[in-house]
Design a protein around this ligand. Structure first.
Ligand SMILES: Nc1ncnc2c1ncn2[C@@H]1O[C@H](COP(=O)(O)OP(=O)(O)OP(=O)(O)O)[C@@H](O)[C@H]1O
Length: 757
């Protein structure tokens, strides 16, 4: 049976109107009631209407009965939701169903609070769909692929060669001409595992094979699903993927990881994969810099943090070359167009863990298949002379720098090398004298973090916007999860044509005055005049930021997010000198299985800020307290009196003795991503008073370092981690489509717990 409803104006997705495919359906209260009545009337038969195949494109709602494992199911396709529910035999012999969306009543959603929510939604102009308590609701974003066939087996076989979009169009148009024969429809989809209370971030692939004796109905469903699957905004269904496998990282199991876990998933999704197994360090970067990538939709790496860093550095430097920018002193940092998939196969895998909330390989691969992307902040690291490299996770001096410098020679120990060298570096740490200068907010306030929690709003209404503003303003202590409002807001600022896509350098004028030896300011912004660029290139430049935002209260938010003008004279610096056990600039939480909250628990994946963590040199006991607080879920280093955490967009580091040391004396690797060289023995005694920098696990030995965060510089396949509240199981209560809790209104929302710690 086909029902057509007026097109809805607003997307039912909680946070993003761009995620749904327009047009979707609007189920008004009256139409919903009418709809439910019609379904009552026609419940006993699997009612279908044969329509000309080309009519499918105009259908908003499909509702049919299918067989699944020899049981009858009522299946509904409504907008972005695929719903199925088993038909139950009643005493009168009639089959009952609840899969059809019904008017939400007190019976289906108990309690006055629910009714209040409904009236709120109606008054807000949003519609509410309610499915029965036993309905399975699947968002189309979570569907990996759809196949049809004459037999069940035929639908399970992956295509012999991956299909291009033209092939699929041909296939669809051919099926218009030929009489359909397929009676089986198989849907492969991804689902987050709900079993574990402590690990709710793992995903698995599931399969649903439906049977209907009428091939026209199967064909119609197939076509509808295909169409809706491939035109969802904000999502890239990858067809051609370039995969780099590091066989050397972690337990040296990169190749096996790919063969065992990733390859079957890529085949299932019909992705055309080109695999390159690395032969040496920095090969990925060299390939990305020199080869034609136009045939690929995305790049994926299988390895640890060092491998991810190679990919990110390769893509950014490639983009800089393409735009004719000076790689050592670029006028701004451009955003690469190619999204990146990150599959963990290293020793710590902090980047993958921070993104997904787990280091599970299949979960990471599933996110590549599903194609949902989020922008990830990347920081540039430079010395006084030149841009050195880009950092995706953490830049760390002192304790972690020593660990990185010493652990490489113990690689044969695997991940244990970090523990071994960690203990040695811990005992030998006598503190490092340094001076830190970091950028304050434009209003001159410093954002020192206090441990507190905040909730994020759940719907994109005006109220939500207000709440979003407040979330962003206290966002320095909010935790970044899926649907993070702070990151979404940063992304929405980037979407506006007159807003910069990267965070600002912000220090320009006053910084140049104070520090004349910093010729490159590390800004992501285009200076007023860039004679080097042609008109065509200039079109690719990030646009100028507006002075004010046309949003109520946005002024305070802009100030909070600090998308400051490059010529702002209000940018201020704060300076701190001291003896430090460790100094870190953290882009992301840097969580890993040993430290599930990460060393920088409140860092956000894409807000354009980094957390500057200063750990003062105190007693050995305090150092132990610090390490204990970084491990486990309960600790928080911000509670320690000798730890200071500042949220900033940029900081500069100098050893107190570096001022008298020339950069030509061998401390600098003089350029980004150069092969890492250990300091020579002759220098090592001289260097005892210095540590090295640990940049994404690689060693950088410069002693005058500036780290600047660039907001959402690279797109990665991720949704963000989910909090560890145990999610409600499907069927435990009514599923609604209204943006309230327990609502998979979008696949992102299939989290039950977003933005809440
Ligand atoms: N075939 C290879 N032979 C030697 N080194 C390689 C090879 N391929 C990549 N590399 C280098 O290996 C280094 C370590 O890899 P990676 O960081 O991925 O693993 P890891 O250090 O074990 O994991 P993590 O960084 O998560 O702790 C990287 O710097 C990379 O450049």
């Amino acid at each position: 049976m086909l029902h057509e409803y007026p097109q809805r104006r607003r997307c039912c997705c909680r946070n993003s109107t761009s995620r749904c495919t327009p047009p979707t359906t609007k189920m008004t209260q009256s139409s919903s009631t009418e709809f439910a009545k019609k379904q009552q009337h026609e419940a006993t038969t699997a009612v279908t209407t044969k329509m000309p195949p080309n009519h499918a494109a105009s259908i908003d709602v499909l509702l049919n009965n299918f067989q699944f494992k020899k049981k009858s199911y009522r299946v509904l396709l409504n907008g972005q939701h695929f719903v199925w529910e088993r038909l139950k035999q009643t005493q009168s012999g009639k089959k009952q169903h609840k899969a059809a969306p019904q008017e939400p009543t007190g019976q289906s959603q108990s309690g006055a609070q629910t009714k209040e929510t409904e009236s709120d939604q109606l008054s807000n102009g949003s519609s509410t769909l309610c499915y029965g308590p036993d309905s399975h609701v699947l968002h189309l974003d979570d569907i990996i692929n759809v196949r049809k066939g004459d037999t069940k087996q035929a639908t399970l076989k992956p295509p012999s060669t991956p299909m291009s979009s033209e092939d699929e169009n041909n296939e669809l148009s051919t099926s218009v001409a030929l009489k359909p024969t397929a009676q089986y429809l198989t849907i492969n989809y991804a689902e987050r595992l709900l079993k574990s209370a402590t690990d709710c971030n793992r995903w698995q692939v599931r399969r649903l094979t439906l049977y209907n004796s009428d091939p026209y109905i199967v064909d119609q469903w197939y076509r509808q699903l295909k169409e809706r699957l491939y035109c969802s905004a904000g999502r890239l269904r990858v067809r051609r993927l370039l995969v780099f496998i590091n066989p050397y990282g972690g337990r040296k199991a990169g190749l096996q990881t790919y063969e065992r876990h990733c390859k079957p998933l890529f085949q299932l999704a019909g992705i055309d994969v080109t695999c390159i197994t690395t032969q040496r360090a920095n090969q990925i970067r060299d390939i990305l810099l020199s080869h034609d990538l136009s045939v690929y939709d995305a790049v994926c790496c299988i390895g640890g943090d060092g491998t991810v860093a190679e990919v990110i550095n390769g893509l950014i430097f490639r983009t800089m070359r393409e735009l004719g920018l000076d790689e050592q002193r670029p006028a701004y940092i451009p955003k690469p167009m190619m999204p990146v998939g990150i599959i963990p196969a290293g020793s710590t895998d902090t980047i993958a863990y921070s993104m997904h909330g787990t280091a599970d390989v299949r979960t990471a691969a599933i996110h590549v298949l599903l194609g949902q992307r989020r922008g990830l902040d990347v920081s540039s690291v430079r010395n006084s002379q030149t841009l050195l490299r880009f950092c995706a996770s953490i830049l760390s001096y002192g304790y972690l720098g020593d660990v990185a410098a010493k652990s490489e020679q113990y690689r044969w120990m695997g991940a244990k090398r970090y523990e071994y060298t960690g203990v040695k570096a811990f005992i030998n740490n006598r503190g490092y004298e340094a001076e830190l200068r970091f950028l304050l907010d434009e209003d001159g306030s410093e954002q020192q973090e206090q441990p507190e929690r905040c909730e994020s709003p759940q719907s994109p209404s005006a109220q939500s916007l207000q709440r979003a503003l407040s979330v962003c303003s206290v966002g320095n202590t909010s935790v970044c999860y899926a649907n993070c409002q702070r990151c979404s807001f940063a992304a929405s600022l980037q979407d506006q044509p007159s807003v910069l896509f990267g965070s600002t350098g912000g220090e320009t004028d006053d910084d140049e005055e104070e520090r004349p030896n910093l010729p490159y300011d590390g800004s992501t912004e285009q200076p007023a005049a860039t004679p080097r660029l042609s008109t065509g290139d200039a079109a690719l430049l990030p646009p100028q930021r507006p002075r004010t935002l046309n949003l109520q209260g946005a002024q305070s938010l802009t100030s909070s997010l600090n998308f400051g003008s490059p010529t702002s004279t209000t940018a201020q610096w704060k300076s701190i000198k001291g003896n430090f056990f460790m100094i870190c600039g953290a882009n992301i939480t840097c969580a890993c299985s040993r430290s599930p909250n990460g060393i920088s628990r409140y860092s956000h994946l894409g807000d354009g800020y980094l957390d500057l963590i200063l750990v003062r040199k105190t007693s050995l006991l305090n150092n132990v307290r610090f390490l204990l607080n970084t491990a486990g879920r309960d600790g928080d280093i911000r509670n320690l009196p000798f730890v200071e955490v500042y949220r900033t967009r940029k900081f500069n580091f100098r050893t107190l003795t570096a001022a008298i040391t020339s950069p030509d004396e061998g401390f600098s690797i003089n350029g980004s991503c150069q092969p890492i060289t250990e300091p020579s023995d002759a220098n090592s005694t001289q260097l005892n008073e210095f540590s090295s920098w640990n940049c994404d696990g690689e060693v950088v030995t410069d002693l005058d370092i500036t780290m600047s965060s660039h907001c959402q510089l690279i797109d990665v396949f991720m949704r963000g981690p989910h909090s560890y509240n145990k999610p409600r199981k499907s069927g435990a209560g009514p599923s609604t489509v209204s943006g309230t809790a327990t609502t998979p209104a979008s696949s992102n929302d299939n989290v039950y717990c977003c933005c809440k710690d």
